[in-house]
Design a protein around this ligand. Sequence first.
Ligand code: ATR
Length: 271
Amino acid sequence: MIDTDTHLYCIFGNPIRHSKSPVIHNACFQQYQINAIYLAFEIDEISKGIAAIRSLNIKGASVTIPFKESIINHLDWIDEDALNIGAVNTVVNQDGKLSGFNTDYKAAIDPLKPFGLANKRICIIGAGGAAQAVAYGIHREKGDLVIINRNKEKGKNLALKYKADFIPMDEVNKMDNINADIIINTTSIGMYPDIENSAFPSTHMHSKMVVMDIIYNPLKTKLLSYALKKGCTTIDGLSMFIHQGAAQFKIWTGISPDIKLMRKALIKGDN
Ligand code: ATR
């Protein structure tokens, strides 16, 4: 029941209409009988979101494109991981003190952990904001990182930060063997409407490889359909999305939510 005791949580972003965050968080508030509601707000400046958190006593907020970096200067305290990555996607309001966290990197790593990351050769495709968080997570787990990117300077810089190898994207096709155990696409290649393209060629895939895509629109990207045909293990983009949301929910409420419940709520919301 929504009443005067109901706590407000939200997401700030622009654009925000296609966000599925309200679906997973509201399903969890209901499941764990927490008197709270989660709404989506499209804002044009992060300072307005910060003002709203303070004036409306919003208890927690998710932050998405394009505010993950710019919000940092508005917060009272930043978690060390978020500082190292340079991006915040989660805000907690504790009696007016606003703290920032990054749950993206754990989200990318959690679904991969069962396959073991230490000393595995792991290729990240891309060098943008998402790649930064993923690379940080893999580095912490002692994975042997390789960065593949179109823009050489950006790719080399990310590789340098984590003592990783760098392969320019246009070199990948010319290579005999890339020798990767895990491939993670963090670019928008393959995302609707670019659904016919794959960020990585199937010629370098083999059945022992794990292939992960952070895109969830469509769920079965060209990259993942190539990977399935080659007998690889695949991890779709909903996985990272759900895990970053689950980690946010834990930060806000102390409860580790049921991942299956979140996935079910998303599938139901699509029907
Ligand atoms: P995000 O914060 O979501 O990661 P971003 O910072 O804009 O978004 O980064 C997008 C990444 O996808 C970049 O690494 C970009 O490559 P460049 O560094 O060369 O720009 C990559 N990317 C996007 N579209 C691409 C395409 N069509 N071909 C190759 N790389 C692409």
